[in-house]
Write a protein that binds this ligand. Structure first.
Ligand code: AMP
Ligand code: ZN
Length: 493
């Protein structure tokens, strides 16, 4: 197994250091990533965070780890602001659109999957929903109440942050301490049931008009947003698991609260490696739905947005994002995309040319073995995709030299070069050779046109046995011919 030879280092947000990755169970990785709140279309910023973890998932799989990757769907409980105030985002959208909350959830879950599929994401192993785990969430609240670290007021239950902080450090992930938090949060306005503004909701009693409600020992209501991730990660990965990820903006309060809930329940830190992906920005500001400063993936594919001058393919957009380190801020610009398109196409051209190369007796100008390990070193160094891409371009140069007769490659090295290039370009980075796909689509169309022509000739010669045979055998491989006024057309299924 490759993972026995390659030692990954992960930047752990909890320690602020790169640490050797040691899974709890050898050869296995348990990874939880906070999924989307499905109340609107995903923007490119959301896609970037999920793409960082898709690349990480892909590399673990490439090394031969058995990965259980859990990425949830938040379909209840996420209020308009992080201080447990405002309407539920999904309920609000349902009210505005005059549809059922579950219609909102369905519409944007489908959108999320379609977009991720277009970007060639691998599906996670489990994609649980918050509403599917209400019972588990209620059980956790009971346990935290039993431990004396939560309190009930008027049918709602709140986590007692100050009490918890007496024996634990609330704020350890985001580098805060309770004094700063007290100093920086505004005082309660008298409307709130909370004892302290730092406390957060585990259960909220539903207002009479609130549709998304479930029975509980405290009230008909709904769980607080932070609780679902503790419930689902514990259920599918255990009380302690390897990796928890999400966007940088989830570190506080969301992930801090997850740690507090799990430690309150189980007395131990739930996650060994906390990973945070950095933000995509545009016009110098975070890409976000709420401010209107965002671009949708479909606008990139169509070119229909004032920020860009043309359309870009999903693989080019993917390449653009993976050219930045997942822990760096990435600025979305048209110039950046144009440059990425050039690089992407150059890489794909070299990969296509590679297949035509002829090996020679020996290799000159390049050390394939050393290069291969450098590709692994890049990814082992906290999934450094820009360094990996730079290494792939060293191979592009070599491939072009061989093509021009300025270098040669031995049979063994050629095999290693092909395997390594294909593994990193397609399996790990998840890029796609769209020109090759488009070309093979064109070739199929041309071939079917030839058969349509031959069938027309057979019919003209009254050779119906042959013409029917052509039609039926094409149908058997999923190509339907349709005769119309304008001639014969075809469709595939
Ligand atoms: P949400 O649906 O708002 O919970 O966001 C889904 C994911 O997208 C979270 O992990 C966020 O951290 C992430 N995210 C939101 N905005 C951006 C951005 N501008 N750049 C990168 N990731 C983002
Ligand atoms: Zn979460």
């Amino acid at each position: 197994m490759l993972y026995k030879e390659q030692q990954i280092k992960i930047y752990n947000s909890l320690s602020g250091k790169k640490e050797d990755f040691k899974p709890i169970n050898e050869g296995h990785v348990g990874m939880y990533v906070c999924g989307p709140t499905v109340y609107s279309n995903v923007h490119l910023g959301n896609v970037r965070t999920f793409m960082s973890f898709d690349m990480i998932f892909r590399y673990f799989k490439h090394l031969g780890y058995k990965v259980r990757y859990v990425r949830n769907i938040t379909d209840a409980g996420h209020l308009e602001n992080d201080a447990d105030e405002g309407e539920d985002r999904i309920a609000k959208k349902a009210r505005i659109e005059q549809i059922e909350p579950m219609e909102v959830v369905q519409m944007y879950t489908v959108d999320f999957h379609t977009i991720l599929d277009t970007f060639n994401f691998l599906p996670p192993s489990i994609e649980p929903t918050a509403t599917g785990h209400i019972i588990e969430q209620i059980e956790i609240i009971k346990e935290i109440l039993d431990k004396g670290l939560a309190y009930e007021v008027n049918g709602s239950v709140y986590f007692d942050v100050l009490k918890y902080n007496e024996s634990h450090h609330y704020g350890k992930l985001s580098g805060r301490n309770i004094e700063d938090l007290i100093h920086n949060t505004r005082v309660l306005d008298g409307q709130s049931d909370k004892r302290n503004p730092q406390d957060f909701a585990l259960w909220k009693k539903a207002e009479p008009q609130h549709i998304m409600r479930w029975p509980s020992p405290w009230s008909d209501g709904f769980p607080g947003w932070h609780l679902e991730c503790t419930a689902m990660s514990t259920k599918y990965l255990g009380e302690q698991f390897d990796i928890h990820g999400g966007g940088m903006d989830l570190k506080f309060p969301h992930h801090e609260c997850e740690i507090a809930q799990a430690e309150a329940c189980n007395g131990q830190s739930p996650v060994n490696y906390w990973m945070h992906a950095n933000m995509l920005i545009m016009n110098g500001k975070k890409m976000a739905k709420s401010t209107g400063n965002y671009i949708l993936p479909n606008e990139i594919f169509s070119g229909d947005n004032p920020h860009i001058t043309k359309a870009y393919s999903p693989s080019v957009a993917r390449f653009f994002m993976l050219q930045a380190n997942y822990r760096s801020i990435l600025d979305f610009t048209n110039a950046g995309l144009l440059a990425s398109e050039k690089g992407h196409n150059k890489l794909m051209e070299a990969v296509a040319n590679m297949e035509q190369l002829q090996p020679s007796a020996e290799t000159t100008e390049f050390d394939v073995d050393a290069w291969k390990q450098k590709c692994y070193d890049a990814m082992n160094d906290d999934f450094n995709s820009p360094t990996l891409i730079a290494e792939l371009f060293a191979a592009v140069k070599f491939i072009n030299q061989i093509k021009d007769g300025k270098a040669s490659v031995s049979e063994n090295d050629f095999k290693a070069l092909q395997e390594t290039m294909n593994a990193f370009v397609f399996d790990v980075l998840g890029l796609e050779n769209e020109t090759a796909q488009a070309e093979s689509g064109d070739k199929l169309a041309e071939t079917v046109e030839i058969l349509i022509q031959l069938r027309a000739e057979a019919r003209a010669n009254k050779d119906f046995t042959l013409s029917d045979k052509i039609r039926d055998e094409l149908a058997a491989v999923g190509i339907q011919l349709k005769d119309g006024k304008e001639g014969t057309t075809f469709s595939t299924n």
